[in-house]
Design a protein around this ligand. Structure first.
Ligand SMILES: NC(=O)c1ccc[n+]([C@@H]2O[C@H](COP(=O)([O-])OP(=O)(O)OC[C@H]3O[C@@H](n4cnc5c(N)ncnc54)[C@H](OP(=O)(O)O)[C@@H]3O)[C@@H](O)[C@H]2O)c1
Length: 273
């Protein structure tokens, strides 16, 4: 292949853009060695102008010129895309899919026998290079394939490797995680307003506390329980507040929320097997 590219994106929406931006920041390769296709040509123009990447409206061209392919279309567009790609994908390709809920076996079954597939579940903070992605290897993916995929997604945040059967749990935890945090923050702000603070001050205090507390967890490496004990003096204010959280089964509520998210993800995935 004389016109070979380093990496190809099929579907050039929000998540593809986040990964492209991360790869360029991490100097993964020169921008013009990234190739992206999409059905929306104006979207391709935007990315070409903004990042200097190479673009094409033809998905098979990406397959022809790239050994590493990132499938970044919506899950409901995957079946049609795989039928289009089937005649072109060879076992030399590494296919990385970020489509939520689409099982590796489904992709393997729709493409050439023996194709190497890795499934990735990113989350929305990837858009700010502060995401979390879980990666699961398909039947034919090698250790080197996994290393390559980890390098790619490390450019947009943390990565963990899991068995594919745990992907629904990942969805229930970090996939949905930002929604849980947004609800928690919203409720805390309201709680501050209820106690008489202005909404603006309450928001500033809650966001600052969230930022500071997560930094403390990161910097100290301490167990969350240890840090919590340090701010909970005997008979003090934090203990009084925590007792109310225990009464409302806060911890168990989170267990149940993550379980519900996991089960719903499993249910949705079953429609694609
Ligand atoms: N965004 C997130 O935070 C997030 C988090 C976790 C996982 N994901 C996964 O990431 C994938 C992409 O999500 P996204 O938010 O980036 O979606 P998006 O912004 O809608 O991007 C998908 C792009 O692919 C295009 N497309 C559709 N069918 C195509 C085809 N056959 N060939 C080429 N391009 C095609 C779409 O065009 P049209 O708009 O015209 O259809 C759109 O421009 C999804 O599977 C999602 O499950 C996303």
């Amino acid at each position: 292949m004389t016109d070979a590219m380093e990496i190809g994106f099929i579907g050039a929406g929000q998540m593809a853009e986040a990964v492209i931006r991360g790869l360029l920041k991490a100097n993964f390769c020169p921008s013009d060695r990234i190739l992206a296709s999409d059905i929306r040509e104006e979207r391709l123009d935007e990315l070409r102008v903004q990042y200097g990447i190479t673009v094409t409206p033809k998905n098979p061209e990406v397959v022809r010129r790239c050994e590493t392919l990132i499938l970044a279309v919506k899950p409901q567009d995957i079946p049609v895309l795989l039928s289009e790609l089937r005649p072109f994908v060879q076992t030399e390709h590494l296919v990385i899919s970020i489509a939520a809920g689409v099982p590796v076996a489904y992709i393997e079954g729709k493409l050439t026998h023996g194709v190497r597939v890795i499934r990735v579940m990113p989350n929305t903070p990837c858009l700010l290079q502060m995401g979390c992605s879980a990666l699961a290897a398909g039947r034919y993916a090698t250790k080197d394939d996994m290393m390559k995929a980890k390098t790619i997604f490390h450019a947009v945040g943390e990565v963990v490797e899991v068995k594919e059967r745990l992907m629904d749990a990942v969805t229930g935890l970090s996939g949905n995680g930002p929604a849980y945090v947004f609800l928690f923050v919203e409720a805390l702000i309201d709680a501050g307003v209820r106690m008489g603070l202005s909404r603006l001050d309450a928001k500033k205090l809650v966001l600052g506390t969230l930022r500071g507390a997560s930094k403390m967890l990161e910097v100290t490496g301490s167990h969350p329980a240890q840090l919590r004990e340090q701010v909970t003096s005997p008979g003090g204010t934090a203990m009084a507040a925590l007792a109310e959280m225990e009464k409302g089964a806060f911890r168990y509520l989170l267990f149940r929320a993550v379980e519900a998210g996991t089960l719903r993800s499993r249910q949705l995935g079953q429609s694609m097997t």
